[in-house]
Design a protein around this ligand. Sequence first.
Ligand SMILES: Cc1cc2nc3c(=O)[nH]c(=O)nc-3n(C[C@H](O)[C@H](O)[C@H](O)COP(=O)(O)OP(=O)(O)OC[C@H]3O[C@@H](n4cnc5c(N)ncnc54)[C@H](O)[C@@H]3O)c2cc1C
Length: 337
Amino acid sequence: MQENFSLKPYNTFGVDAKARYFAEVHSTEELIEALNYSKTSTLPLLFLGGGSNMLLTKDFDGLAIQLNLKGIHEEFVSDNEVLVTAKAGENWHEFVMFCLNKNYGGLENLSLIPGNVGTSPMQNIGAYGTEIKDTFVSCTVLNLENLQLETFNLEQCRFGYRDSVFKQEGKGKYVILEVTFKLTRKDHKIKTEYGAITSELENLGIKNPTIQDISKAVINIRKSKLPDPKEIGNAGSFFKNPTILLTQFEELQQKFENIPGYTNGDFVKVPAGWLIEQCGWKGKQIENVASHKLQALVIINATGKATGQEIYDFSTKIIDSVKEKFGIELEREVNII
Ligand SMILES: Cc1cc2nc3c(=O)[nH]c(=O)nc-3n(C[C@H](O)[C@H](O)[C@H](O)COP(=O)(O)OP(=O)(O)OC[C@H]3O[C@@H](n4cnc5c(N)ncnc54)[C@H](O)[C@@H]3O)c2cc1C
């Protein structure tokens, strides 16, 4: 247990906020020990994975717990299927690479997403036409009220777009300890239709892609588009893509004929990056904070000196201008602490 501890290396925005107390745990027993300590002193809790989806707006007056539980377990369930369970502290991308090295298919489109396995169910991480809900079986959690272990299956997690029960009514009630996925061993489903995967495969001269090729293409595309948090502080997409009513979308089309949208029944998902760009934010910097020059949806700690509050205020300005121009209220994807 350490006191007055800087969380700068523990959040990818590189914000220098301090935690009153900090502990790193390597097992469920150590976690329970730390929780018992916080219960006796009634400290608020903050769980840390890779810190790639949080914005620390101020010092945290409580106990921050870095979840460093490690381990991967495999179980063949049929000729073509394997259950792979990884502990919360496993790095997500390294876990995906582990699966690809064993030729287990299903997670390849999710290559290079920062963060840890334990956080992946929080917002049902997704990219390039895949979400974890497509291969998720269950997760084991610790109930913070009674310190009992519970299992959540696919249905109980109520996954949605960048959403789950853990961001809604289960918020702050559970710590995810491990996650199990069902992956394929030979009849892999290759998904190339989303984003620039097809053209990147062409660039690589690949005609019949394997799951490993898909991963390679996704990695190349992501590296060319997104800032590396090791070089420039960011948390990926800061906002969710808003879903609006088809009627509202049609009204907007009268005024903005190029407005992009993906229709699903009576609703349309509009790319937040486009809306932000139209408001003139792409590449724009205010003091220490900017919108990324290649992707307006990504807010960056441009000078490395930004405070969490500055980044938050910058995001509020973006929300206000999108609301004013399009009448659409953007929702933050990043967890505000
Ligand atoms: C460059 C970049 C690109 C990104 N691209 C994508 C993308 O393509 N798709 C996507 O979905 N996301 C993307 N993200 C967002 C981020 O990588 C994911 O949301 C990731 O799952 C966050 O994991 P983490 O361990 O870093 O979470 P953290 O930031 O550590 O935690 C996020 C929240 O979950 C809580 N938490 C952490 N661990 C646990 C646990 N075990 N149990 C309960 N609560 C917990 C934290 O307290 C916090 O509120 C990107 C981020 C960056 C920086």
